[in-house]
Ligand binder design. Structure first.
Ligand code: ZN
Ligand code: ZN
Length: 398
């Protein structure tokens, strides 16, 4: 059930894991033994935790080294079943091994244990005999729980991390209703890191937002990262697809650092929300765009509760200091009555919880391609290694 690899073998075992990462650290040049399920499950963990990187501190250990490293001659590291890992989130922060343990449990690792007192390193293995779930700070040998969620007091929804509560950027969303915007003033206000611009509504090409072209080109000129949204009036999947194709024509030749969103608000549309979101967003994704669904908290809790697993969430929930929406969201619209220099009247205010420009550019979505990202080959390969997975985040863990 295990494979032997020559010491110098550097081939990839999964999207983010190569043989060399599992190599024994004894200093010898013997083969590396790896059970194929190990990189496969690590890859699942990588995606489920929305990692930017997983560092393997120790993978395969020859029996001699295993004993020196505090293990035994025959533990799961010596069988090629185990890895001691540290997981990093999208901001480069270490993810708590409490959370890692919970998600490792979901992914199906047989043995899981926190290793250190600061809860940063986690042992995972693919044994099928014992299903050991431990915490080496508490006890070295024995299973402490059969469910990490209850053991660490972590709720299932927060364990399944695809967002964090850290605001990474502040922005606005605008349409022709804001009139002609003085973007220079908006920029110099220092309050706007990004703008989500309405591209239009409905299924006719005459329904492109009258300020869209200008808003877009002004933002590009002033280096304000942009996203876009389309307001739907579709009542059938066929109409939603027609809207998607007008939206795509409107986006053609442009590039967007932020998601391009499907805005579904009207009761008559929300009744068939699942069908409409799926029809619209799948077209947009197929065309190489990072999509999100924009709607109200109540809709995400009822009408769209299934689709939010599949597409990013642009949550609208205003009038509260902190939303109590329990699902994941990458964008939160928290006010309809913002005031920003350069815009007359009210404007919608948003927070972003993901570094969308990095995610989108490095995944070459939304009109960005390799030739646009001017990084050197080596930088590129590092970025690829760290961020390639984002495309697969879109495909979600289904
Ligand atoms: Zn060794
Ligand atoms: Zn270990």
């Amino acid at each position: 059930m295990t494979n032997n690899y020559k010491f110098n073998d550097n081939s990839m075992l999964a999207e983010h894991f190569s043989v060399s990462e599992f190599r024994c650290q004894c200093g010898g040049t013997h083969d590396t033994i790896i059970n194929p399920e190990l990189p496969e499950k690590l890859e699942k963990l990588f995606k489920a935790l929305n990692c930017s990187a997983i560092v393997i501190n120790s993978g395969y250990r020859c029996p001699t080294y295993s004993v020196n490293a505090g293990g035994s001659y025959s533990d799961f590291h010596t069988k090629g079943y185990a890895a001691d890992i540290v997981c990093y989130d999208q901001f480069g922060n270490k993810i708590s091994s409490k959370k890692v343990s919970c998600v490792a449990q979901d992914v199906g690792f047989g043995g899981i244990a926190n290793i250190d007192g600061s809860y940063t390193a986690t042992h995972v293995d693919v044994q099928t005999s014992n299903f050991w779930k431990g915490d080496e700070v508490v006890t070295d040998d024995y299973s402490v729980t059969d469910d990490f969620y209850s053991y660490y007091g972590i709720s299932k929804s927060s364990g399944n991390v695809s967002t964090t509560s850290t605001i990474v950027a502040r922005g606005i969303d605008v349409s022709e209703h804001q009139g002609v915007i003085d973007w220079e003033k908006v920029k110099s206000s220092g309050k706007v890191d990004f703008a989500i611009i309405r591209a239009g509504y409905g299924k006719e090409s005459s329904q492109v937002d009258k300020q869209f072209e200008r808003n877009y080109s002004e933002c590009k000129r002033l280096n304000i990262p942009v996203g876009a949204y389309w307001y739907t009036y579709a009542t059938t999947a066929v109409e939603a697809k027609q809207e998607a194709s007008v939206f795509l024509r409107t986006l053609a030749g442009k590039s967007f650092e932020y998601p391009v969103a499907f805005d579904i608000e009207e009761k008559s549309n929300l009744i068939r929300a699942l069908e409409l979101c799926e029809a619209f967003c799948s077209e947009i994704e197929k065309a190489g765009y990072y999509t999100a669904v924009y709607s109200f908290k109540s809709a995400f809790e009822s009408n769209i509760s299934d689709i939010k697993e599949k597409y990013d969430t642009f949550l609208s929930h205003i009038g509260v200091e902190q939303t109590d929406y329990s699902g994941d969201y990458g964008l939160w619209q928290y006010s309809w009555t913002g005031r920003i220099d350069g815009i007359s009247g009210d404007v919608d205010l948003d927070y972003a919880y993901k570094d969308y420009p990095s995610i989108i550019k490095n995944s070459e979505l939304n009109g960005f391609s390799t030739s646009d990202t001017q990084s050197s080959v080596s930088e590129k390969s590092i970025l690829e290694k760290i961020l390639n997975h984002v495309v697969s985040i879109d495909k979600k863990m289904k």
